[in-house]
Design a protein around this ligand. Structure first.
Ligand code: 4NP
Length: 159
């Protein structure tokens, strides 16, 4: 089982979007039984809440399922439990690295590391910009690349 965790600040806008989009791609590749996918935030303000209405709106627009998703805070054990821990921006990455210290077992990276052609390296926070379409575009393209990267590393075949 390959375990993938997406991390942002509030776990209501960007990382739930990435979780839902990535899960959809895994499903389309007929690999759902090979993956465990979740998301979490470095902040605790929105614990237990569903994705932000902007994220829900864009996921509805693309018919991507987000049922049952609730915000949670990232915990130290996540750094050992997950094989791929994918941060949305440099601040999330810094927080994860500070938490991980010597205990990390998985790979920690920024989502846009997988989209080198992108002009931006951090996924902009739509909680502040209001631009959920821009975030969806970046998340969609980079999740496609991330899935290919993981499949290659883990010797999985997309159907
Ligand atoms: P996210 O966006 O990290 O993409 O979920 C945010 C959501 C909430 C807050 C900040 C960012 N907040 O400060 O409450």
């Amino acid at each position: 089982m390959v375990k993938v965790l997406f991390v942002c600040l509030g776990n209501i806008c960007r990382s739930p979007m990435a979780e839902a989009v990535f899960r959809q791609k895994v499903k389309e590749a007929d690999l759902s039984d090979q993956f465990e996918i979740d998301s979490a935030g470095t902040g605790d303000w929105h614990i237990g809440k569903p994705p932000h209405e902007g994220t829900r709106g864009i996921l509805d627009q693309y018919a991507i399922d987000y049922s049952g998703m609730k915000a949670r805070k990232v915990k130290k054990s996540d750094l050992q439990d997950y094989h791929y821990i994918i941060a949305m921006d440099a601040e999330n990455l810094g927080n994860l690295n500070a938490m991980a210290q010597y205990e990390r077992t998985g790979e920690v990276a920024r989502l846009l590391d997988f989209l080198p052609e992108s002009q931006v390296v951090d996924v902009p926070d739509p909680y502040y910009t209001g631009n959920f379409e821009e975030v969806y575009d970046l998340v969609n393209k980079s999740c496609e690349k991330l899935l290919s990267y993981i499949c290659q590393r883990e010797n999985l075949k997309k159907s």
